[in-house]
Structures are given as structure tokens and as C-alpha cells.
Design a binder for this molecule. Structure first.
Ligand code: MSP
Length: 516
């Protein structure tokens, strides 16, 4: 074992009832950036994503597709796996809840809940939403103008369910949960979600139905196989299955408790109320943090299958490139807020931030270097105040980005990086290295060295966000592979190093004219 600090980050596992869209791509992207950053920062990282394949919703979707649930799950799970390449994610594993090891883990956890005296057999009579795979109290539902009962005014339809069911004594966990939130102020983020969860728990918790008998597509309850486990108990357990649960001698157990579960705002209750209660009951450590991301709409509309407006990430990345889409999603909207995916905004950012600001800086500097400095890293002469000021800002970026990412403030991390890019562009204009070519070539070389060194630092930090583009720029600066981790952040460019031919990395996007 390495002795390095561990960092375990997880995405929600995606239901296989639907094909992936940009909303799904988003949570995994956030986790990917966290995982890449922490790897570069020297952590022993484990990054998990996967699919949630049991439950009534999936069983019904399989029926509609005239496939067995397993065949259906195999097919749709693959489309989520394909997102990994389409968005250049770097997960360490992709888990499926239909794996045998997961069944073992769920049943072991169930056994612990039983042993703790927190499970009893009863009968569920209440509302259930198959779309949400969630139970609702009477006062959480309302009947709309169309006569249909929903979970809240804009929620999904609910149906009346009455069946024998095992219950988890959630009602007994309210005070312990409130104490847990109090002692772990970083557990739920952003703050608005934390307040939402605390007031939900303060409102009083009811026991939770944790098994179903009206269908069979799930993990059988040990000793009573007419029951399958409630899909959320099954799904949440994936995070510990991956680490080997119940075998805590598994080498991957070193990653538990997870450092970060990224989830959508709609599933915060499952992760921040049910999950810690299950774990505390079973005597398993609780995760350190749950961050709830907001939801994307597209051109002002809810993303939905029926509207047919689901943005397919493969189509967007084919048109704009993977890295620009990754940048846009994390730069456009503060993580935690809702966002609207607008083509115009994406093109705007791509041209302004990537082509004009960053791309142009690299292109200008590297092409002057190639023409004037013999295709080598220029000679670093005596630094003047303006040089030191720019270099210091670039040096300070690592600590800033590190602390922003510890809060999942991706947009603020990017803003800080782009401020230094803007400073560097102003410095190029002010120092005018092209004009120094004749008057003071020594000074010109120093200016170019300062710029190349600034680009190197900025680009090291761009790596988690735009891995391929950053790699191309670092190649052009001849930064060796072992010089790309943050341990080498202060290893400055060596004058005289031979450089390859520069190439543009962020072309401008010009919208094709539609013939009228
Ligand atoms: N299977 C559960 C999660 C179990 S985790 C132990 C589930 N699956 S889901 O496929 O319905 O949703 C997965 C994630 O995608 C959720 O976090 C959800 O919030 C997110 N999104 C679905 N549509 C979205 C948008 N339009 N925008 C952003 N995120 C969205 O819930």
C-alpha cells in the first residue's frame, strides 16, 4: 500500500431505464475533474461510476422493450459506459448493481441492520412513484387539474401501493442524524441543500419501507425471498460494494469512507438521510461529503424523453470537441445551481475564453518563440517587476484552485485561472516582444520565457478540466510526462530545451450558414 492520502469520489449510479443525456454527463464530469486533480496532487484516488439496474422502473422499461430485465440492463448499461470515451472520463471502475458481488454486499448490510434491531416486518400502504422509486406521505402529494396525483405540483405521478414490507426504523434516527450534521458541517453541500435536509429531518422521520413484494427484479431479502430489497437500499450500497464490503480486508476498503458523493439535487434525501442512517445502524463509517448538483435544462426547456430534446453528449462533443464541452459545463454555471444549456452560450465561451484568450495566448507566444528563439525554450535573463508580478500570480494559482476544488467550486477555479490568462495577454501587449526583437533580444527572450513559464503553470492546472488540450500544450512546451503532476509545479522551464513545432489547440467555432 502506498501510504499516500486516499481520495474516493463517486457519481450517482444511473438508472438503465433511459439513455444518457448531458444532465447525466454532468455529475460524472464533476467527479472526473476531482479525480484527475487529486491524482495530479499526489493522492491515491479511486473514482467510481456505474449503473443502477434493479427495481420496478427498470423492470417496466424492460417489459416495454420486450427484453428480459438482464438483457435490457446489459444494453442500456453499455450506453452509459460509452459516455466514458465520449466525455474522456477516467473512472477506476464501472459498477453494475446486477453483479454478484453487489448482491453479497447488500445482503450482508441487510444482515447488519437486522442484527441492530432496525428492521421489522409490516405492511406498506401509501403512495409510490415508480419514476422516482420513492415513497411519499399523503401530504407530499397533490391531485392536479387532470385528476392525477403527483409528488408535489410538478413531480411525477404516484400510485397507491399496499403490500407486505420490511421497514427500517428510520424514525429512531432523527436525533442522531441531526447530531451528525451538526458535527460534520461539510457533510452536505451546498448550504441551501444542507438546510433543506436538516428541516426535513427536524420535521420528523417515518419508518422507511425497504422491501417490495409486487415484483421480483431486485436483490432477494435474506431468509424471505418473496421480498426484494427496496432499490434505493440496493443502489446506495454500491459505494461500499466497490470497496469489498463486507470484506474489510479487501485492499480497496482503504478508500472507505468516501470523500465525496456527487449527486443530483433530486436525490439528496436518499444520500443525506437514508444512507448515513443505514451505515450508522450497520456500524459502518459514514461518507465525508455529499455535494448536490443542480439540473440542466436545454434552451429553457426541461430535458425529457417525451420532448425529444435530450442533448446527446456524443453529438455535442462531435461538433465542438470534448474539451470545450467539458469547459463550458463547469464554467457556465456555479456547481450546485441549475443551468440552461444554450448553443449560443457554448459557442460564445468557446470563442471568447478558449480560442481568443487561452488559445491565442499560447499561439502568439509559441509562434514567436519558434521563429525567434531557435525552437528552444528562450533564455531567462534578469527579471523585472512586471515579470515577477505575472509569475507570482501564476505561482499562486495552485493553492487557489486546490481550495476552490475542495469546495467543488469549479467555476471559481476556472475564473481564477482565466484571470491569469488575461493578465498574461495584457503582459504580452505591454511588453510587445515582437518589437523587442530588434532593440533588445535579451529582454525579448526573458519576456518570452516568462510567458512560456506562465502558460506552463496555467496549463498544469487546466489538465483536470481539459485533459487532451492541456496535454497538447504541455507537449509544445516539451514538459515531460513526469513533470506534469503538481509536485513539479515549481519545476520551471529550462532555457535551451528543444521545442516541437507549435500548433493551434483551440480553433474558433464559426457557425455554418444555413442556406435559406
Ligand atoms: N439511480 C439513481 C441514483 C442512485 S445513486 C446511489 C438515479 N438515477 S438517474 O439516472 O435517474 O439519475 C442520475 C443522476 O442524473 C441524478 O443525480 C440526477 O439528478 C441526474 N440528472 C438527471 N437529469 C438531469 C439533468 N437534466 N441535469 C442534471 N442532472 C440530472 O437517480
Amino acid at each position: 500500500m502506498s501510504g499516500r492520502s486516499t481520495f474516493y469520489v463517486t457519481t450517482p449510479i444511473y438508472y438503465v431505464n433511459d439513455v444518457p443525456h448531458i444532465g447525466h454527463a454532468y455529475a460524472t464530469l464533476a467527479c472526473d475533474v476531482m479525480a484527475r486533480f487529486k491524482r495530479l496532487d499526489g493522492y491515491d484516488v479511486h473514482f467510481l461510476t456505474g449503473t443502477d439496474e434493479h427495481g420496478e422502473k427498470v423492470e417496466k422499461a424492460a417489459e416495454a422493450a420486450v427484453l428480459s430485465p438482464q438483457a435490457y440492463a446489459d444494453k442500456v448499461s453499455q450506453s452509459f459506459r460509452d459516455l466514458i470515451g465520449a466525455m474522456n472520463y477516467s473512472p477506476d471502475n464501472f459498477i453494475r448493481t446486477t453483479e454478484k458481488r453487489h448482491q453479497v454486499s447488500c445482503q450482508a448490510l441487510w444482515g447488519k441492520l437486522v442484527a441492530a434491531g432496525d428492521i421489522y416486518l409490516g405492511k406498506y400502504a401509501g403512495w409510490y412513484s415508480v419514476r422516482d422509486e420513492a415513497f411519499y406521505a399523503d401530504d407530499e402529494t397533490e391531485v392536479g387539474a387532470d385528476g392525477k396525483r403527483r409528488a408535489g405540483p410538478v413531480g411525477n405521478e404516484v400510485e397507491w401501493v399496499e403490500e407486505p414490507s420490511y421497514f427500517f426504523k428510520l424514525s429512531a434516527w432523527g436525533d442522531r442524524l441531526l447530531e451528525f450534521y451538526e458535527k460534520n458541517p461539510r457533510f452536505i453541500a451546498p448550504d441551501s441543500r444542507r438546510n433543506e435536509v436538516i428541516s426535513f429531518v427536524k420535521g420528523g422521520l417515518q419508518d422507511l419501507s425497504v422491501s417490495r413484494t409486487s415484483f421480483s427484479w431486485g436483490v432477494p431479502v435474506p431468509g424471505d425471498p418473496k421480498h426484494v430489497m427496496y432499490v434505493w437500499l440496493d443502489a446506495l450500497t454500491n459505494y461500499i460494494t466497490e470497496c469489498g464490503y463486507p470484506d474489510t480486508t479487501n485492499p480497496l476498503w482503504r478508500f472507505w469512507p468516501a470523500d465525496l458523493h456527487v449527486v443530483g439535487k433530486d436525490i439528496i434525501r436518499f444520500h443525506c438521510v437514508y444512507w448515513p442512517a443505514f451505515l450508522m445502524s450497520a456500524g459502518v463509517a459514514t461518507p465525508k461529503r455529499v455535494f448536490a448538483s443542480g439540473w440542466w435544462t436545454t434552451e429553457g426547456q426541461k430535458i425529457s424523453k417525451s420532448l425529444g430534446n435530450a442533448i446527446d453528449s456524443a453529438a455535442v462533443t462531435a461538433e465542438f470537441g470534448i474539451d470545450p464541452v467539458r469547459y463550458f459545463l463547469l464554467r457556465e454555471v456555479p456547481f450546485g445551481n441549475d443551468g440552461d444549456f444554450q448553443r449560443r452560450a457554448l459557442i460564445g465561451r468557446l470563442n471568447a475564453d478558449l480560442a481568443n484568450a487561452y488559445g491565442n495566448l499560447c499561439q502568439r507566444v509559441l509562434s514567436i518563440v519558434a521563429k525567434n528563439c531557435g525552437e528552444r525554450v528562450p533564455a531567462k535573463g534578469t527579471l523585472v517587476e512586471a515579470d515577477v508580478a505575472l509569475l507570482d500570480r501564476a505561482k499562486g494559482l495552485l493553492a487557489i484552485v486546490r481550495s476552490e476544488l475542495d469546495e467543488q467550486a469549479f467555476h471559481r477555479a476556472l475564473i481564477s485561472i482565466w484571470e491569469v490568462i488575461a493578465d498574461a495577454n495584457r503582459y504580452v501587449d505591454a511588453q510587445a516582444p515582437w518589437a523587442l526583437a530588434k532593440t533588445d533580444p535579451v529582454r525579448r527572450d526573458t519576456v518570452l520565457w516568462v510567458l512560456a513559464e506562465t502558460i506552463r503553470r496555467v496549463t498544469l492546472l487546466v489538465q483536470p478540466f481539459m485533459p487532451d488540450s492541456a496535454a497538447k500544450i504541455l507537449d509544445q512546451l516539451a514538459v515531460p510526462a513526469e513533470g506534469r503532476a503538481f509536485a513539479s509545479f515549481d519545476r520551471e522551464l529550462t532555457s535551451g530545451t528543444v521545442l516541437p513545432k507549435p500548433q493551434g489547440v483551440f480553433p474558433r467555432f464559426v457557425e455554418a450558414k444555413v442556406a435559406s
